[in-house]
Design a protein around this ligand. Sequence first.
Ligand code: WT7
Length: 658
Amino acid sequence: MSDTTDTKLESRLEEQETFEPPKSFVEQANVTDPAIRTEFEENWPECWERAAEFLSWDWEYDSVVDAADAPQYEWFTGGRLNASYNCLDRHVEDGAKNRAAIKWEGELGETRTYTYGELLNEVEAFAAALREMGVETGDAVTLYLPMVPELPVAMLACARLGAPHSVVFAGFSADALATRMRSSDSEYLVTCDGYYRRGEALNHGQKAKNGLRNVDHDVESIVVNRLGDESDSSFGDDAHDYGALVAEHEGASVPPVSRDAEDVLFLLYTSGTTGQPKGVEHATGGYLSYAAWTAHAVLDLEPTDTHWCTADIGWITGHSYVVYGPLALGATTFMYEGTPDYPDRDRFWKLIEKNRVDVFYTAPTAIRAFMKWGEEYPATHDLSSLRLLGSVGEPIDPHAWKWYYKHIGDEECPIVDTWWQTETGGTMVTTVPGIDTMKPGSAGPALPGIDARVVDADGDPVAPGNAGYLVIRKPWPGMLRTLYRNDERFRSEYWSEYSEPDEDEWIYFPEDGAKIDDDGYITVLGRVDDVINVSGHRLGTMEIESAIVDVAGVAEAAVVGADHDVKGEAVCAYVVLKNGEEPTVAMRDRIVESVEDGIGPIARPEKVVFTSELPKTRSDKIMRRLLENIANGEELGDTSTLRNPDAVETIARQVGDD
Ligand code: WT7
């Protein structure tokens, strides 16, 4: 852990204040009995039946958890269910046919509402089309779509057929799409012609088409027409038209395929320490139970609620809390296509007012932008429909927390600061809003049934207040099952650090640093691996570095996260050029372009520093920590283990001169 993280935390802890959940909230909350923690603990693992009860099962499970193949735990074994049935049919059967399932607003202001009945119809029509095209149970279907309702439709259509979906964030590049399609052997792609960003139509179809050039196997593509007359026809006759397919299969009845609880519901790629993204695999029964349970207990969702989670569905937050959690509970989920400052900086507050949003879940990076823009934007809107606020993706500092509490929640909405990951499926460390005292800056205690601890390098608990590593000691239903086709990497990435395989003791290591206080509240300090968090998005430094060294003339690169007041961290790249190459503006542009092409604009380096050497240990490992110190203008950490200590001074001087 770097010294700087500690200093930042110290200043956070000094200002620690506490807030009690507002009475008006507690009176109506879904979970209000503090005994739930002891109940779950004493009754573990049967306590997890509470989560499974949120679902309708075709066949009851035999056991809650099966540890025979630990750490590849199996949940609700023997049980059978279908996720799309649980998110749609059963609500329609229960009389909610006319309740809004999805409310959507495009950036240009057009709106669409899908009732549960309408959503089910479209999902069945699209599932019929997929099936006719040859999609079979177990086939991975790639969904490369922005925030349009067709994305949840396609996810649920896949779930209906038992075909795992693999959603690729629309902001990722053509190359990133190709890598993920190759890695998941996906022979089907659902994408669209384009979408709007700040009023401009982006040509997404062309990007998808470019990606397919780097996929060797045959791919059947389906294109959603989002742009109407502005549509570009990059795919020509090479793709099916989504609208035509749905029209053709209108009224089709596609019975949900009964899936084993352990069958894969979806794959979702995320960044890790190596250059190769990890295909996180989530199973139907455990994931859906956990998404529904946490949406109930933490987001406090009721079927009568309109929930707005601002995350893109291309990330796990969108999977669990735009789509699966809210729909499993029969609530209304709100989706917005565009940016928060288009046409003006009050767009979000307008949307909350207009749609009478009850629960609002966003990221600290957005909150920091709202603060910068000023409280006058929310102040001119009626936000009184809000009951609960959430934060996710990175630590929220007390300053931003209090601003959110006051200017958005009017001091009447609890805030849940939820720590979790792509791999955990749902929230893990957070306050239960109807029970727990809130401490701004600290995510909170582990949820009932979750055994989270903070330990030192040997795995021993650290004293309250000291920095250590966050670990999870017991399995939970929402956990990933494995990494696609890579059980070995699954074990080494998450279970090798603290587990005792000989004693059959398995401890999950999320690769985050943390502190714990006397009340068991956990403050997450950030990643301890080579992953950086830009605007709540997880990016692997190795992936960015490999895009940089692809540029002709580049010899070596090291990427670190530099503090950024809105993004949290920004990408800072140190680049060593080959002999005879000049550090020109053109070279810098080529580097930036290569990162955008390799990953996407979110990974664009904010700063490129040309240097003659990178600081390395005697075993030739790049000392990224020192580069991080330099990027942040901090005092340098220990340089005594370096093979080339002079390099650090040179780079620091260079950065200072910039
Ligand atoms: C990493 C996971 C599922 C959340 C969206 C990102 C960081 C996430 C918090 C929080 C402090 C947080 C961690 C984690 N993180 N939430 N409330 N406080 N840090 O999912 O892309 O898998 O990234 O995001 O570092 O390991 P992800």
